[in-house]
Design a protein around this ligand. Structure first.
Ligand code: PAF
Length: 277
């Protein structure tokens, strides 16, 4: 496994490779969810590149950026154990040194006004800029993302479609702990008490799935909100059931529906989702 910190060195190395490149962009603090993406990429490509970069542009909250776990040595060990070929771990100066950013004006559209977009102003624009930059550097044939970040997957799909980028996207199922908590780098910040409360989110998502056909949407949403808020460690941002393709309210039962949830659990922001039908 080779580690690159400089764009030009990585590009030079990749230019000599004739096989297919699979790419897993991450912000590090890797867990089994990321590693399953590495394994999928390994099985479908000649080489796998993983990037580790905590992208300041996608953090609207400075404290959150400061607290984001940075664990490069452990990440490197895990990536090596999972047969990743190349790690790209630049710093912010390296990534943002040249202002040749064709995507700075990328129109995130409605995604910027809904759920994560409205609660984290500028977040999706920041994600679009970095993912476009990374795709431009790595030039992957396939790229892999986790569906836990449901809206992010929609954004990346839009980015690739709108800019006609030559990459095939793979959105992969969320990996969960045995009690249902979605794997996330942020879970490491949960206190012992908060960790015990964490499965409530998945309980709500399952309740939504189990009752979607028989109960009305508002009553399901209300049940889920109260189930979370019964636990004093939770502050709810949203729990909504919406059209899985547009994120708009459901108008008829034939539409594909997704339940989306974001909540602070003892100060740690968690998001999760489940497609219901
Ligand atoms: O999902 C993430 O880890 C990040 O948003 C990504 C896609 C690596 C862009 O910084």
């Amino acid at each position: 496994m080779i580690l690159f910190k400089q764009i030009e060195a990585l590009k030079k190395h990749l230019a000599q490779i004739s096989g297919s490149i699979g790419f897993v962009p991450t912000m590090g603090a890797l867990h089994e969810g990321h590693l399953s993406l590495i394994e999928k990429s390994n099985s479908e490509n000649d080489i796998t590149v993983c990037s580790i970069f905590v992208n300041p542009l996608q953090f609207n909250n400075k404290e959150d950026l400061k607290k984001y776990p940075r664990t490069l040595p452990q990440d490197m060990t895990l990536l090596k154990e999972h047969n990743c070929d190349i790690v790209f771990a630049p710093n912010a100066e390296e990534i943002y040194k040249v202002d040749s950013d064709s995507v700075l004006d990328f129109n995130v559209g409605l995604l910027d006004t809904l759920f994560e977009g409205s609660l984290r102003p500028g977040h999706f624009k920041g994600v679009a800029i970095i993912v476009n930059k990374l795709f431009d550097i790595v030039k992957p044939k396939h790229a892999y993302f986790g569906l836990k970040d449901y809206q992010q997957c929609m954004l990346i799909d839009k980015l690739v479609t709108d800019l006609k980028l030559p990459v095939q996207l793979h959105f992969c199922p969320t990996l969960r702990e045995s009690d249902g908590l979605a794997m996330s780098s942020r879970n490491a910040r949960l206190s012992e008490l908060a960790r015990q409360s964490a499965p409530r989110i998945y309980e709500c998502l399952n309740y939504a799935k189990a009752n979607y056909r028989t109960k009305n949407i508002t009553s399901i949403e209300e049940w889920c909100k109260s189930h979370l808020l019964e636990d004093a460690l939770y502050t709810l941002e949203y729990f909504n059931i919406v059209n899985a393709e547009t994120l708009m309210p459901i108008e008829n039962s034939k539409e594909k529906a997704v339940a989306l949830c974001a909540a602070f659990l003892d100060g740690v922001r968690l998001i999760d989702n489940l497609v219901l039908n």
